[in-house]
Design a protein around this ligand. Structure first.
Ligand code: HEC
Length: 113
């Protein structure tokens, strides 16, 4: 139960960070995303690429992202806590969750015809 309380507290802190009060967290997340090579498959903005799906604006809760990143045994290599700390992963989560929505292509004059 105490564990659940902690998760709720972390989730609440991330909600606040996603709205900008602790913007440093998403900033640190961008750095950790680069340092740990997530960008190689998911793109620098988490937009997705040939090797990995879009992570930007993920709808997954932090617990699900955490469980996946630690335990995946599919095409993505797992990242243990020794390689990627919980703090860095929480920062990465703040970063990908807070990514802005891309512009609607219809509003970009060069793409209109
Ligand atoms: C070698 C390429 C590669 C790297 C590096 C990589 N990923 Fe992935 N990632 C993938 C692939 C491929 C999937 C889809 C795998 C699947 O569904 O089993 C995935 C899926 C995910 C998902 C689940 C997305 C969803 O919506 O289901 C998350 C979260 C994720 N990656 C986070 C990360 C983070 C954070 C890092 C860096 C610490 C990272 N990945 C590094 C290839 C990669």
């Amino acid at each position: 139960m105490r564990y659940m309380g902690m998760i709720t507290a972390v989730a609440a802190a991330l909600l606040v960070s996603a709205t900008g009060a602790f913007a440093a967290s998403a900033e640190k997340g961008r750095v950790a995303f680069g340092k740990n090579g997530c960008w190689q498959c998911h793109g620098w903005e988490g937009q997705g690429g040939a090797a990995g799906p879009t992570l930007a604006r993920t709808k997954l809760p932090l617990e699900a992202v955490n469980a996946f990143v630690r335990n995946t045994n599919g095409p993505m290599p797992p990242f243990s806590k020794k390689i990627l700390s919980d703090e860095d992963l929480a920062d990465i989560y703040a970063f990908i969750s807070a990514q802005p929505v891309p512009a609607d292509p219809k509003t970009i004059p060069l793409l209109a015809h």
